[in-house]
Design a protein around this ligand. Structure first.
Ligand code: ATP
Length: 514
């Protein structure tokens, strides 16, 4: 696989060809930045959701779940600040008529500088071999230090201008850096404007009485408005958390990156309610905990990094992203935010209802502080899927396309093949299927030569193939083939289930977090 763009194209076409992700309403030429999950995609997505839910709700006795409605009272969004401040700075190129997020143009420019640093590091690592000390190199090599300084200065200025709503300076920055439209190369830009990302809709039968509503742009507010209901009915004591997964909607300005940035997407969020003053400690704890969750899936430590925010959202006193190495570079996968008491205080103010917690140890009421972890399920899907897709050169000179999904997340855990379509082999294969299907997803395939069936399942991401042959009829054994190593073992039919369970058991994967 050659350059980044080719790799990404391959990811998108593979997702379509193997029934993972389709463009929404494709027969009508699609709807921009809206996608449907197909037969395999829906399973992968469900498994990722489950992996997150168990890590949050099942493994923490002080975190409970919630499923709040997408529609919420419109005042929610006034209180949360979304009506006034949930917007992105947009800029148009006058020659190509293409629209961009001004902040993203600058961030992409910085990413290029970071790419140069990475290149220097790689070169030096090669030159110095075992003696290479990356940290020392980063702090002493003049060229790298200069790059780093430039990147930091740019991001600081961008952060400051956005915080001060100084959109003229954002434009000036784009001009000073001589950033060109990626499509046309033109540097002829309009002014920067703010654009609200919420979708509006109406509730009610007649136009006069209808109430203006918004489709929720994040799931978090459903948690905040239910904070006291949950706390009282669950009798939770601070610190405790509420977790929720569900759809969110944003009218994104630019959405050209497949399921990375969608207009309808799913979030997995957890709001952790804490005593004011303890936010630093919990923020660090949740950063660490969330990174452990990611690393437990084995997608490679080098593919993650933290990015601490220079520019803080209107509600935050500290914020960091967990970035992942997507096919188009390192980008945000998850956000961890210390939200102070902003949300609860605002809802208290706008609703006139007290949203306070009585701390029996302190013997007083207070509005709790919140640390939030927020990850996009679709982005996580893309991280897992794109990282798993490999093209491998085999010893015999051929190549195979294999989707090395973590077995715990794979849509289908095993495929069962009769070697031939006769002599009672299909019947025995079906017997095995009928036994395994109670435990996990299995499929039956009898078409084509076994080698081709293996390839099909490799591309599908199925971790195990089980082949039934004539010997199976005699001694009740089958061949089990492992997707990643292509190793084949002869095993008793009675042992198949246990062998597969060992590899897919969610408990063992989650235990890697501890
Ligand atoms: P970005 O800077 O990429 O627009 P954000 O900082 O606005 O993201 P948050 O509001 O912190 O994102 O949302 C939390 C998570 O929700 C993000 O880390 C991301 O995984 C996911 N997410 C946000 N917007 C989208 C989207 N349009 N499509 C898919 N996932 C999204």
């Amino acid at each position: 696989m050659a350059n980044q763009e080719d790799v990404f194209k391959k990811v998108i076409s593979h997702a379509k060809e193997y029934g993972y992700v389709f463009q929404s309403s494709e027969i009508y030429d699609g709807l921009s930045a809206v996608y449907d999950y197909a037969q395999n995609g829906v399973e992968l997505k469900k498994n990722i959701r489950e992996y997150w839910w168990r890590a949050m709700v099942q493994l923490n006795d002080n975190i409970v779940g919630l499923d709040a409605a997408i529609f919420m009272h419109p005042t929610t969004w006034k209180a949360s600040g979304h009506v006034d401040a949930f917007s992105d700075p947009l800029i148009d190129n006058k020659d190509s008529n293409k629209r961009y997020r001004a902040d993203v143009l600058v961030e992409d420019y910085v990413a290029k500088i970071e790419g140069k640093i990475e290149k220097e590091v790689k070169k030096a690592a090669k030159r110095f071999g075992d003696a290479f000390d990356k940290n020392e190199f980063l702090s002493t090599n003049q060229r790298v230090v200069d790059y780093q300084e430039k990147a930091t200065t740019i991001l600081k200025r961008l952060g400051k201008s956005l915080e001060n709503e100084d959109l003229a300076d954002v434009k000036l920055l784009i001009e000073e850096l001589e950033i060109a439209c990626p499509m046309s190369g033109s540097k002829n830009w309009t002014d920067v404007k703010q654009f609200n990302l919420m979708f509006g809709t109406k509730l009610g039968a007649s136009a006069e009485t209808a109430m203006d509503l918004y489709l929720r742009p994040e799931t978090a507010q459903g948690i905040f408005v239910n904070f006291l209901n949950v706390q009282k009915t669950s009798r939770m004591k601070i610190p405790f958390g509420i977790a929720q997964t569900g759809k969110a909607f944003r009218n994104e300005i630019v959405a050209r990156q497949f399921i990375f940035r969608m207009r309808e997407f799913e979030q997995m969020e957890m709001q952790f309610f804490i005593k004011p003053g303890t936010q630093k400690e919990w923020y660090e704890k949740w950063k660490e905990n969330r990174m452990k969750w990611h690393l437990s899936l084995g997608l490679g430590e080098d593919n993650y990094r933290f990015h601490d925010h220079e520019k803080l959202a209107h509600y935050a006193d500290a914020a960091a992203d967990i970035e992942f190495r997507f096919p188009f570079g390192f980008k945000e996968l998850e956000g961890i935010h210390s939200r102070t008491d902003f949300d609860l205080s605002k809802h208290q103010e706008f609703s006139g209802k007290k949203l306070q917690y009585f701390d029996t140890e302190e013997n007083k009421n207070y509005v709790p502080y919140v640390v939030e972890t927020s990850i996009g399920l679709d982005r996580m899907f893309l991280a897992v899927f794109s990282n798993s897709l490999k093209e491998e050169e085999l010893e015999n000179g051929t190549t195979r396309t294999v989707l090395k999904l973590p077995a715990v997340l794979a849509p289908t855990k095993a495929a069962v093949f009769p070697l031939v379509k006769k002599d009672g082999l299909p019947e025995l294969a079906m017997e095995i299927i009928n036994d395994l299907k109670w435990d996990f997803n299995v499929l039956y395939d009898q078409k084509d030569a076994v080698g081709r069936r293996y390839r099909r399942q490799d591309a599908n991401g199925t971790p195990f193939c089980i082949t039934v042959d004539h010997q199976s009829l005699e001694d009740q054994t089958v061949t089990i083939r492992h997707r990643d190593t292509m190793e084949q073992q002869r095993v008793a039919i009675a042992d198949v289930k246990a062998i597969i369970h060992k590899e897919i058991d969610m408990k063992s994967w989650l235990m890697k977090m501890s």
